[in-house]
Design a protein around this ligand. Structure first.
Ligand SMILES: Cc1cc2nc3c(=O)[nH]c(=O)nc-3n(C[C@H](O)[C@H](O)[C@H](O)COP(=O)(O)O)c2cc1C
Length: 199
């Protein structure tokens, strides 16, 4: 099969979805949905040694970006099929515009290392400290972060169970093409704005 030149998006290279958690000025949590996320190797920051980090691109001006800039820390919580209605809502409703955005809420816990809100129902939560913000163009900024803490559903650490079985049990949601959510086993989970209707 030959390839043709296209002016495409990243439709066939989908990314996982994460809910970024921050605290507002009054101490209440806020969550937003994000997919422009990948990994990097980060240097030692506070004597904990070099290790994994992430790069998070945040486009436009939004509450999550305001709060990350203020505090320099946030959490990234992996989105699963169970969390999708709530995640879709957090991605379609702006925190700056809707004071009551958090009227729908997961079970919120505190980070184990950083003072960030994390989601109990998410199987993987990372606690991130910003190392550097790179301004690309109006509204488009990349945050380079170090993973300072991470929690994971306990059964996922049980190496007596084959990795692929643990992986399948997570039921991650991919940000597939043409504004559709896709499961890791190839099911269409609805278009953006649809899953939230079940809340
Ligand atoms: C599927 C999906 C993926 C998204 N990914 C990103 C992203 O990677 N970067 C970004 O800046 N906004 C992204 N958004 C938009 C934010 O979730 C949206 O601006 C939301 O209002 C952010 O929450 P906040 O307003 O409380 O900060 C995405 C939205 C959806 C529905």
């Amino acid at each position: 099969m030959s390839k043709i030149k296209v002016n495409n998006y990243n439709d066939f290279c989908p990314q996982q979805l994460f809910l970024y958690g921050t605290y507002r000025e009054d101490g209440t949590p806020n969550f937003g949905l994000f997919c422009w996320f990948s990994y990097l190797y980060a240097p030692d920051l506070n004597g904990e040694g070099a290790g994994m980090g992430v790069m998070a691109c945040i486009g436009g001006e939004k509450l999550t970006k305001d709060l990350i800039r203020k505090k320099g820390i946030f959490s990234a919580n992996l989105v699963t099929e169970e969390l999708l209605p709530l995640a879709d809502y957090y991605g379609c409703v702006g925190g700056r515009e809707h004071e009551d955005k958090m009227r729908f809420s997961p079970t919120i816990e505190k980070g184990v290392v950083l003072d960030v809100p994390t989601i109990a129902e998410s199987p993987v939560s990372m606690e991130l400290q910003v190392m550097q913000e790179i301004h690309l163009e109006s509204g488009s900024d990349v945050f380079l972060c170090k993973i300072m803490g991470e929690t994971m559903r306990e059964d996922l650490t049980n190496k007596a169970v084959p990795f692929i079985e643990r992986f399948k049990s997570v039921k991650q949601v991919l940000c597939g093409g043409e504004q559709h959510y896709v499961s890791t086993d190839g099911r269409d989970l609805g278009s953006w704005g649809e899953p939230m209707k079940s809340l």
